[in-house]
Design a protein around this ligand. Structure first.
Ligand SMILES: Cc1ncc(COP(=O)(O)O)c(C=O)c1O
Length: 467
Protein backbone atom coordinates (compact mmCIF):
# COMPACT_ATOMS: atom_id res chain seq x y z
CA UNK A 1 0.00 0.00 0.00
CA UNK A 2 1.39 3.42 -0.87
CA UNK A 3 0.81 6.50 1.26
CA UNK A 4 0.19 9.76 -0.51
CA UNK A 5 1.86 12.70 1.19
CA UNK A 6 -0.23 15.81 0.88
CA UNK A 7 1.87 18.72 -0.33
CA UNK A 8 0.46 22.07 0.85
CA UNK A 9 -0.60 24.45 -1.90
CA UNK A 10 2.36 26.92 -2.08
CA UNK A 11 -0.07 29.83 -2.62
CA UNK A 12 -1.64 29.11 0.77
CA UNK A 13 1.71 29.79 2.45
CA UNK A 14 2.02 33.27 0.98
CA UNK A 15 0.72 36.42 2.69
CA UNK A 16 -2.69 37.67 1.52
CA UNK A 17 -2.59 40.36 -1.15
CA UNK A 18 -5.06 42.91 -2.50
CA UNK A 19 -6.98 41.11 -5.27
CA UNK A 20 -6.68 44.12 -7.60
CA UNK A 21 -4.08 46.44 -9.04
CA UNK A 22 -4.32 50.21 -9.10
CA UNK A 23 -5.32 51.89 -12.35
CA UNK A 24 -5.80 55.50 -11.30
CA UNK A 25 -4.46 57.28 -8.27
CA UNK A 26 -5.59 60.26 -6.28
CA UNK A 27 -3.27 62.55 -4.35
CA UNK A 28 -3.25 62.09 -0.58
CA UNK A 29 -2.72 65.44 1.12
CA UNK A 30 -0.38 65.67 4.07
CA UNK A 31 -0.79 68.85 6.10
CA UNK A 32 1.48 70.15 8.83
CA UNK A 33 0.26 70.15 12.39
CA UNK A 34 -0.18 73.94 12.27
CA UNK A 35 -2.31 73.58 9.12
CA UNK A 36 -4.44 70.91 10.78
CA UNK A 37 -4.94 73.14 13.82
CA UNK A 38 -6.07 75.91 11.51
CA UNK A 39 -8.40 73.55 9.62
CA UNK A 40 -9.93 72.43 12.92
CA UNK A 41 -10.52 75.93 14.10
CA UNK A 42 -12.01 76.95 10.71
CA UNK A 43 -14.34 73.93 11.05
CA UNK A 44 -15.26 74.88 14.64
CA UNK A 45 -14.04 71.43 15.70
CA UNK A 46 -16.74 69.85 13.56
CA UNK A 47 -15.05 67.05 11.58
CA UNK A 48 -17.90 67.07 9.05
CA UNK A 49 -17.01 70.66 8.26
CA UNK A 50 -13.38 69.87 7.34
CA UNK A 51 -12.47 70.21 3.68
CA UNK A 52 -11.54 66.73 2.44
CA UNK A 53 -8.32 68.24 1.05
CA UNK A 54 -7.25 68.82 4.64
CA UNK A 55 -7.74 65.12 5.47
CA UNK A 56 -4.88 62.68 4.90
CA UNK A 57 -6.70 59.38 5.56
CA UNK A 58 -10.49 59.66 5.51
CA UNK A 59 -12.15 56.98 7.65
CA UNK A 60 -15.32 58.99 8.26
CA UNK A 61 -17.38 56.43 6.35
CA UNK A 62 -17.30 53.61 3.80
CA UNK A 63 -20.52 54.99 2.31
CA UNK A 64 -20.11 55.93 -1.35
CA UNK A 65 -16.35 56.32 -0.84
CA UNK A 66 -15.24 53.02 -2.43
CA UNK A 67 -13.02 52.66 -5.48
CA UNK A 68 -15.10 51.38 -8.39
CA UNK A 69 -13.73 48.72 -10.75
CA UNK A 70 -12.70 49.37 -14.36
CA UNK A 71 -15.85 47.52 -15.46
CA UNK A 72 -18.01 49.88 -13.38
CA UNK A 73 -16.33 52.98 -14.77
CA UNK A 74 -16.82 51.55 -18.25
CA UNK A 75 -20.52 51.03 -17.57
CA UNK A 76 -20.87 54.73 -16.78
CA UNK A 77 -20.37 55.39 -20.49
CA UNK A 78 -22.75 52.74 -21.74
CA UNK A 79 -25.61 53.39 -19.27
CA UNK A 80 -28.94 54.12 -20.96
CA UNK A 81 -30.57 57.34 -19.76
CA UNK A 82 -34.11 56.72 -21.02
CA UNK A 83 -36.71 58.03 -18.56
CA UNK A 84 -38.67 54.77 -18.80
CA UNK A 85 -37.81 51.27 -19.96
CA UNK A 86 -34.03 51.70 -19.75
CA UNK A 87 -31.98 48.49 -20.26
CA UNK A 88 -29.77 49.78 -17.45
CA UNK A 89 -32.73 49.28 -15.13
CA UNK A 90 -33.27 45.78 -16.53
CA UNK A 91 -29.67 44.87 -15.69
CA UNK A 92 -30.01 46.37 -12.20
CA UNK A 93 -33.35 44.65 -11.57
CA UNK A 94 -31.98 41.30 -12.80
CA UNK A 95 -28.92 41.52 -10.53
CA UNK A 96 -31.06 42.37 -7.49
CA UNK A 97 -33.60 39.61 -8.17
CA UNK A 98 -30.93 36.98 -8.81
CA UNK A 99 -28.92 37.83 -5.71
CA UNK A 100 -31.71 38.55 -3.20
CA UNK A 101 -34.69 36.72 -4.67
CA UNK A 102 -37.34 39.44 -4.13
CA UNK A 103 -40.15 39.95 -6.60
CA UNK A 104 -40.70 43.72 -6.39
CA UNK A 105 -37.65 46.00 -6.59
CA UNK A 106 -37.86 49.80 -6.30
CA UNK A 107 -34.70 51.82 -7.06
CA UNK A 108 -33.84 54.80 -4.83
CA UNK A 109 -31.04 57.36 -4.70
CA UNK A 110 -29.63 56.09 -1.38
CA UNK A 111 -30.49 54.00 1.68
CA UNK A 112 -32.47 56.54 3.64
CA UNK A 113 -34.90 56.98 0.76
CA UNK A 114 -35.54 53.22 0.97
CA UNK A 115 -36.21 53.70 4.69
CA UNK A 116 -38.89 56.25 3.83
CA UNK A 117 -40.54 53.92 1.31
CA UNK A 118 -40.57 51.15 3.88
CA UNK A 119 -42.10 53.38 6.55
CA UNK A 120 -44.71 54.84 4.19
CA UNK A 121 -45.71 51.36 3.06
CA UNK A 122 -45.80 49.63 6.44
CA UNK A 123 -46.03 51.99 9.42
CA UNK A 124 -48.57 54.18 11.20
CA UNK A 125 -47.81 56.80 13.85
CA UNK A 126 -47.75 55.20 17.30
CA UNK A 127 -46.20 51.93 16.03
CA UNK A 128 -42.95 50.46 17.32
CA UNK A 129 -40.32 48.65 15.24
CA UNK A 130 -37.94 46.31 17.10
CA UNK A 131 -34.49 45.60 15.62
CA UNK A 132 -31.09 44.26 16.61
CA UNK A 133 -30.25 47.98 16.29
CA UNK A 134 -31.43 50.77 14.02
CA UNK A 135 -28.88 52.77 12.07
CA UNK A 136 -29.12 56.51 12.86
CA UNK A 137 -30.99 57.43 9.68
CA UNK A 138 -33.45 54.55 10.11
CA UNK A 139 -34.15 55.63 13.66
CA UNK A 140 -34.51 59.30 12.67
CA UNK A 141 -36.85 58.46 9.79
CA UNK A 142 -39.01 56.22 12.00
CA UNK A 143 -39.15 58.81 14.77
CA UNK A 144 -39.98 61.64 12.38
CA UNK A 145 -42.98 59.52 11.35
CA UNK A 146 -44.03 59.04 14.98
CA UNK A 147 -42.78 55.43 15.16
CA UNK A 148 -40.78 54.18 18.15
CA UNK A 149 -37.45 52.58 17.12
CA UNK A 150 -36.60 49.85 19.64
CA UNK A 151 -33.06 48.43 19.81
CA UNK A 152 -32.77 44.85 21.11
CA UNK A 153 -29.07 44.02 20.69
CA UNK A 154 -27.67 40.71 21.88
CA UNK A 155 -26.43 40.94 25.50
CA UNK A 156 -23.08 39.67 24.18
CA UNK A 157 -22.56 43.01 22.44
CA UNK A 158 -22.03 44.79 25.75
CA UNK A 159 -18.98 42.61 26.50
CA UNK A 160 -16.81 44.93 24.43
CA UNK A 161 -13.49 43.16 24.98
CA UNK A 162 -14.79 39.62 24.21
CA UNK A 163 -14.15 38.52 20.61
CA UNK A 164 -17.44 36.60 20.31
CA UNK A 165 -18.45 35.65 16.75
CA UNK A 166 -21.98 37.09 16.42
CA UNK A 167 -22.32 40.11 18.64
CA UNK A 168 -24.64 41.70 16.05
CA UNK A 169 -27.49 39.28 16.80
CA UNK A 170 -30.97 40.35 17.82
CA UNK A 171 -31.82 39.39 21.40
CA UNK A 172 -34.58 36.87 20.73
CA UNK A 173 -35.59 36.57 24.40
CA UNK A 174 -36.08 40.35 24.51
CA UNK A 175 -38.01 40.19 21.21
CA UNK A 176 -40.43 37.56 22.60
CA UNK A 177 -40.88 39.70 25.69
CA UNK A 178 -41.44 42.84 23.58
CA UNK A 179 -44.00 41.14 21.32
CA UNK A 180 -45.74 39.53 24.27
CA UNK A 181 -46.16 42.95 25.84
CA UNK A 182 -46.86 45.08 22.74
CA UNK A 183 -48.72 42.56 20.63
CA UNK A 184 -48.70 42.57 16.89
CA UNK A 185 -51.23 45.34 16.31
CA UNK A 186 -48.69 48.12 16.91
CA UNK A 187 -45.67 46.28 15.47
CA UNK A 188 -45.68 46.56 11.66
CA UNK A 189 -42.50 44.50 11.17
CA UNK A 190 -39.21 43.44 12.75
CA UNK A 191 -35.91 44.69 11.30
CA UNK A 192 -32.48 43.05 11.26
CA UNK A 193 -29.51 45.25 10.33
CA UNK A 194 -26.86 43.19 8.51
CA UNK A 195 -24.10 43.72 9.60
CA UNK A 196 -25.10 45.56 12.76
CA UNK A 197 -23.37 48.89 12.07
CA UNK A 198 -24.61 50.75 15.19
CA UNK A 199 -23.33 47.85 17.32
CA UNK A 200 -19.73 48.06 16.08
CA UNK A 201 -20.63 46.45 12.76
CA UNK A 202 -20.84 42.99 14.29
CA UNK A 203 -22.38 40.23 12.14
CA UNK A 204 -25.67 38.38 12.64
CA UNK A 205 -25.64 34.56 12.52
CA UNK A 206 -27.85 32.49 10.24
CA UNK A 207 -29.15 30.75 13.36
CA UNK A 208 -30.25 34.10 14.78
CA UNK A 209 -31.92 35.09 11.49
CA UNK A 210 -33.78 31.76 11.46
CA UNK A 211 -34.91 32.14 15.07
CA UNK A 212 -36.16 35.69 14.48
CA UNK A 213 -38.01 34.42 11.40
CA UNK A 214 -39.67 31.70 13.49
CA UNK A 215 -40.74 34.24 16.13
CA UNK A 216 -42.09 36.72 13.57
CA UNK A 217 -43.98 33.95 11.76
CA UNK A 218 -45.52 32.83 15.02
CA UNK A 219 -46.75 36.39 15.61
CA UNK A 220 -47.82 36.86 11.97
CA UNK A 221 -45.30 39.68 11.43
CA UNK A 222 -43.14 40.50 8.42
CA UNK A 223 -39.34 40.48 8.77
CA UNK A 224 -37.30 43.07 6.86
CA UNK A 225 -33.52 43.46 6.57
CA UNK A 226 -31.36 46.55 6.41
CA UNK A 227 -29.06 44.85 3.92
CA UNK A 228 -26.38 47.55 3.45
CA UNK A 229 -23.53 45.15 4.25
CA UNK A 230 -25.16 41.85 3.32
CA UNK A 231 -22.09 40.41 1.58
CA UNK A 232 -19.78 41.08 4.53
CA UNK A 233 -22.35 39.46 6.83
CA UNK A 234 -22.58 36.40 4.58
CA UNK A 235 -18.81 36.04 4.51
CA UNK A 236 -18.63 36.25 8.31
CA UNK A 237 -21.36 33.58 8.63
CA UNK A 238 -19.24 31.30 6.49
CA UNK A 239 -16.09 32.08 8.47
CA UNK A 240 -17.67 31.75 11.93
CA UNK A 241 -20.73 29.48 11.75
CA UNK A 242 -19.43 25.91 11.32
CA UNK A 243 -22.58 24.61 9.59
CA UNK A 244 -21.92 27.03 6.71
CA UNK A 245 -18.15 26.58 6.30
CA UNK A 246 -18.60 24.94 2.90
CA UNK A 247 -21.42 27.06 1.46
CA UNK A 248 -20.72 29.50 -1.36
CA UNK A 249 -21.36 33.17 -0.59
CA UNK A 250 -24.21 33.51 -3.14
CA UNK A 251 -25.86 30.40 -1.62
CA UNK A 252 -25.55 31.91 1.82
CA UNK A 253 -27.05 35.18 0.65
CA UNK A 254 -29.98 33.33 -0.91
CA UNK A 255 -30.60 31.47 2.32
CA UNK A 256 -30.31 34.63 4.47
CA UNK A 257 -32.82 36.50 2.32
CA UNK A 258 -35.17 33.52 2.00
CA UNK A 259 -36.15 34.28 5.62
CA UNK A 260 -36.99 37.94 4.86
CA UNK A 261 -40.10 39.59 3.44
CA UNK A 262 -38.00 42.33 1.93
CA UNK A 263 -35.10 44.68 2.51
CA UNK A 264 -33.74 48.18 2.25
CA UNK A 265 -30.35 48.66 0.67
CA UNK A 266 -27.84 51.47 0.25
CA UNK A 267 -25.66 50.61 -2.75
CA UNK A 268 -23.01 52.95 -1.31
CA UNK A 269 -21.82 50.08 0.89
CA UNK A 270 -21.91 46.52 -0.49
CA UNK A 271 -23.13 47.80 -3.87
CA UNK A 272 -19.59 49.15 -4.30
CA UNK A 273 -21.06 52.26 -5.91
CA UNK A 274 -20.94 55.97 -5.22
CA UNK A 275 -24.69 56.42 -4.98
CA UNK A 276 -27.97 54.51 -5.16
CA UNK A 277 -29.96 51.82 -3.44
CA UNK A 278 -33.28 49.98 -3.51
CA UNK A 279 -36.18 48.75 -1.48
CA UNK A 280 -37.56 45.30 -2.22
CA UNK A 281 -40.45 43.17 -1.03
CA UNK A 282 -42.36 39.99 -1.80
CA UNK A 283 -45.76 41.60 -1.22
CA UNK A 284 -47.59 43.20 -4.15
CA UNK A 285 -49.90 45.48 -2.08
CA UNK A 286 -46.94 46.64 0.03
CA UNK A 287 -44.89 47.28 -3.14
CA UNK A 288 -47.76 49.31 -4.59
CA UNK A 289 -47.92 51.55 -1.51
CA UNK A 290 -44.15 52.02 -1.58
CA UNK A 291 -44.24 52.74 -5.34
CA UNK A 292 -46.64 55.62 -4.72
CA UNK A 293 -44.11 57.14 -2.34
CA UNK A 294 -41.31 56.47 -4.85
CA UNK A 295 -43.14 58.42 -7.54
CA UNK A 296 -43.83 61.28 -5.13
CA UNK A 297 -40.37 61.67 -3.68
CA UNK A 298 -37.74 59.94 -5.81
CA UNK A 299 -38.62 59.52 -9.48
CA UNK A 300 -40.04 57.04 -11.96
CA UNK A 301 -40.19 53.32 -11.13
CA UNK A 302 -37.27 52.43 -13.40
CA UNK A 303 -34.70 54.90 -12.10
CA UNK A 304 -35.88 56.18 -8.70
CA UNK A 305 -33.55 59.15 -8.36
CA UNK A 306 -30.58 57.52 -10.06
CA UNK A 307 -29.14 57.87 -13.54
CA UNK A 308 -29.04 54.90 -15.94
CA UNK A 309 -25.26 54.77 -15.53
CA UNK A 310 -25.60 54.50 -11.73
CA UNK A 311 -27.94 51.54 -12.19
CA UNK A 312 -25.35 49.78 -14.35
CA UNK A 313 -22.50 50.52 -11.93
CA UNK A 314 -24.56 48.99 -9.10
CA UNK A 315 -25.50 45.90 -11.13
CA UNK A 316 -21.78 45.21 -11.57
CA UNK A 317 -20.83 46.31 -8.03
CA UNK A 318 -23.34 43.92 -6.44
CA UNK A 319 -21.72 40.96 -8.19
CA UNK A 320 -18.19 42.24 -7.44
CA UNK A 321 -19.15 42.44 -3.76
CA UNK A 322 -19.88 38.68 -3.74
CA UNK A 323 -16.49 37.76 -5.15
CA UNK A 324 -14.76 35.57 -2.59
CA UNK A 325 -11.28 37.00 -3.19
CA UNK A 326 -12.66 40.48 -2.67
CA UNK A 327 -14.51 39.52 0.52
CA UNK A 328 -11.48 37.74 1.97
CA UNK A 329 -9.37 40.83 1.28
CA UNK A 330 -12.00 43.18 2.73
CA UNK A 331 -12.44 41.29 6.01
CA UNK A 332 -8.68 40.62 6.32
CA UNK A 333 -8.00 44.34 5.86
CA UNK A 334 -10.37 45.35 8.66
CA UNK A 335 -8.92 42.61 10.88
CA UNK A 336 -5.41 43.84 10.02
CA UNK A 337 -6.25 47.35 11.22
CA UNK A 338 -7.71 45.83 14.41
CA UNK A 339 -4.51 43.83 15.02
CA UNK A 340 -2.30 46.85 14.42
CA UNK A 341 -4.37 48.95 16.84
CA UNK A 342 -4.21 46.26 19.50
CA UNK A 343 -0.42 46.15 19.01
CA UNK A 344 -0.47 49.88 19.81
CA UNK A 345 -2.47 49.07 23.00
CA UNK A 346 -5.60 50.76 21.66
CA UNK A 347 -8.81 49.38 23.23
CA UNK A 348 -11.17 48.34 20.42
CA UNK A 349 -14.54 46.63 20.36
CA UNK A 350 -13.58 43.01 19.74
CA UNK A 351 -13.54 41.50 17.22
CA UNK A 352 -13.11 44.11 14.45
CA UNK A 353 -16.31 44.61 12.44
CA UNK A 354 -16.92 43.93 8.76
CA UNK A 355 -16.09 47.36 7.36
CA UNK A 356 -14.80 49.22 10.40
CA UNK A 357 -12.95 49.08 13.69
CA UNK A 358 -14.58 50.83 16.65
CA UNK A 359 -12.62 52.36 19.52
CA UNK A 360 -13.86 51.82 23.07
CA UNK A 361 -13.93 55.48 24.08
CA UNK A 362 -14.62 54.88 27.79
CA UNK A 363 -11.43 52.82 28.07
CA UNK A 364 -9.39 55.57 26.41
CA UNK A 365 -10.73 58.84 27.86
CA UNK A 366 -12.66 57.55 30.88
CA UNK A 367 -11.72 60.71 32.79
CA UNK A 368 -14.06 62.78 30.58
CA UNK A 369 -17.72 63.13 31.54
CA UNK A 370 -20.51 62.68 28.97
CA UNK A 371 -20.94 66.50 28.93
CA UNK A 372 -17.35 66.78 27.76
CA UNK A 373 -18.20 64.76 24.61
CA UNK A 374 -15.39 62.22 25.01
CA UNK A 375 -15.91 60.53 21.62
CA UNK A 376 -15.79 63.82 19.77
CA UNK A 377 -12.75 64.97 21.78
CA UNK A 378 -10.94 61.76 20.84
CA UNK A 379 -11.89 61.99 17.16
CA UNK A 380 -10.71 65.62 17.03
CA UNK A 381 -7.37 64.67 18.56
CA UNK A 382 -6.86 61.81 16.10
CA UNK A 383 -7.32 64.29 13.27
CA UNK A 384 -4.98 66.80 14.93
CA UNK A 385 -2.31 64.12 15.41
CA UNK A 386 -2.14 62.81 11.86
CA UNK A 387 -4.94 64.09 9.63
CA UNK A 388 -7.00 60.90 10.09
CA UNK A 389 -10.74 61.64 10.04
CA UNK A 390 -12.94 59.25 12.05
CA UNK A 391 -16.54 59.35 13.27
CA UNK A 392 -17.81 59.65 16.79
CA UNK A 393 -20.85 57.37 17.24
CA UNK A 394 -23.09 57.50 20.27
CA UNK A 395 -25.41 54.73 21.39
CA UNK A 396 -28.38 55.66 23.54
CA UNK A 397 -29.70 52.26 24.60
CA UNK A 398 -33.32 52.25 25.74
CA UNK A 399 -34.87 50.34 28.66
CA UNK A 400 -35.40 47.27 26.40
CA UNK A 401 -31.74 47.12 25.29
CA UNK A 402 -30.31 45.50 28.42
CA UNK A 403 -28.29 48.60 29.27
CA UNK A 404 -29.32 52.15 30.13
CA UNK A 405 -26.12 54.22 30.12
CA UNK A 406 -25.10 55.92 26.88
CA UNK A 407 -22.07 54.50 25.07
CA UNK A 408 -19.51 56.43 23.06
CA UNK A 409 -17.59 54.82 20.21
CA UNK A 410 -15.25 56.19 17.56
CA UNK A 411 -15.56 54.42 14.23
CA UNK A 412 -12.70 53.94 11.78
CA UNK A 413 -14.57 52.96 8.61
CA UNK A 414 -12.56 51.60 5.69
CA UNK A 415 -13.71 52.71 2.23
CA UNK A 416 -13.62 49.56 0.06
CA UNK A 417 -10.49 49.03 -2.10
CA UNK A 418 -9.10 52.49 -1.28
CA UNK A 419 -6.34 52.36 1.33
CA UNK A 420 -3.25 50.12 1.47
CA UNK A 421 -1.71 48.36 4.45
CA UNK A 422 0.88 51.17 4.67
CA UNK A 423 -1.97 53.61 5.14
CA UNK A 424 -3.41 51.39 7.88
CA UNK A 425 -0.03 51.13 9.63
CA UNK A 426 0.05 54.93 9.59
CA UNK A 427 -3.48 55.12 11.05
CA UNK A 428 -2.60 52.68 13.85
CA UNK A 429 0.47 54.74 14.75
CA UNK A 430 -1.55 57.97 14.80
CA UNK A 431 -4.27 56.50 17.03
CA UNK A 432 -1.63 54.79 19.23
CA UNK A 433 0.13 58.14 19.78
CA UNK A 434 -3.14 59.77 20.82
CA UNK A 435 -4.10 56.90 23.13
CA UNK A 436 -0.71 57.02 24.89
CA UNK A 437 -1.36 60.62 25.95
CA UNK A 438 -5.15 60.34 26.20
CA UNK A 439 -5.08 61.03 29.96
CA UNK A 440 -4.14 64.65 29.12
CA UNK A 441 -7.05 65.23 26.75
CA UNK A 442 -9.67 67.76 27.73
CA UNK A 443 -13.22 67.58 26.44
CA UNK A 444 -15.15 69.73 24.02
CA UNK A 445 -18.31 71.65 24.69
CA UNK A 446 -21.19 71.34 22.31
CA UNK A 447 -22.41 74.72 21.14
CA UNK A 448 -25.25 73.50 18.98
CA UNK A 449 -26.64 69.98 18.93
CA UNK A 450 -29.42 69.62 16.38
CA UNK A 451 -32.23 67.41 17.63
CA UNK A 452 -32.41 65.41 14.39
CA UNK A 453 -29.40 63.38 13.26
CA UNK A 454 -27.12 65.40 15.54
CA UNK A 455 -24.39 62.76 15.23
CA UNK A 456 -24.26 63.27 11.49
CA UNK A 457 -23.80 66.98 11.71
CA UNK A 458 -21.37 66.00 14.49
CA UNK A 459 -22.16 65.99 18.19
CA UNK A 460 -20.34 69.28 18.31
CA UNK A 461 -23.02 70.47 15.95
CA UNK A 462 -22.18 73.23 13.55
CA UNK A 463 -19.66 74.21 16.16
CA UNK A 464 -17.90 73.16 19.33
CA UNK A 465 -15.33 74.79 21.51
CA UNK A 466 -12.63 73.45 23.77
CA UNK A 467 -14.16 72.75 27.15
C1 LIG B 1 -26.78 50.19 8.31
C2 LIG B 1 -27.15 51.40 7.51
N1 LIG B 1 -28.43 51.61 7.16
C3 LIG B 1 -28.81 52.68 6.44
C4 LIG B 1 -27.88 53.61 6.03
C5 LIG B 1 -28.35 54.81 5.23
O1 LIG B 1 -27.86 54.73 3.93
P1 LIG B 1 -27.55 56.07 3.07
O2 LIG B 1 -26.40 56.75 3.72
O3 LIG B 1 -27.23 55.55 1.70
O4 LIG B 1 -28.77 56.91 3.08
C6 LIG B 1 -26.54 53.45 6.39
C7 LIG B 1 -25.53 54.45 5.98
O5 LIG B 1 -24.41 54.48 6.45
C8 LIG B 1 -26.16 52.30 7.14
O6 LIG B 1 -24.89 52.09 7.50
Amino acid sequence: MTTVRRVPDPAALLPPIEPFRVKAVEQVHVRTRAERDLALSRANLNLFALRSEDVTIDLLTDSGTCAMSAAQWGALLTGDEAYAGSPSFERFDKAVREIFGFEYVLPVHQGRAAERLMIAALCSPGDAVPANAHFQTTRANLESFGVHAVDLPSPEFWQFAEPLPFKGNLDTVALERFLGRNGRAKTPFVLITLTNNPCADQPVSMENIRTVRAITSEHGLPLYFDACRFALNAWLIRAREPAYARASVPELVREMFSYADGCLFSAKKDGLAHTGGFWATRSKPVAERAAAQLLLAEGFLTYGGMTGRDLDAIAIGLRDALDEEYLRYRIDTTAYLGTRLIAESVPIIAPPGGHAVYLDVAQIVGHLSPEQNPGQALAIEIYREGGVRTLRMGLRPGPEAGRQEPVELVRLALPARVYTRNHLDYVARVVGNVVRRAGDLSGVQSILTPSLLGGFRSIAGEAAKPG
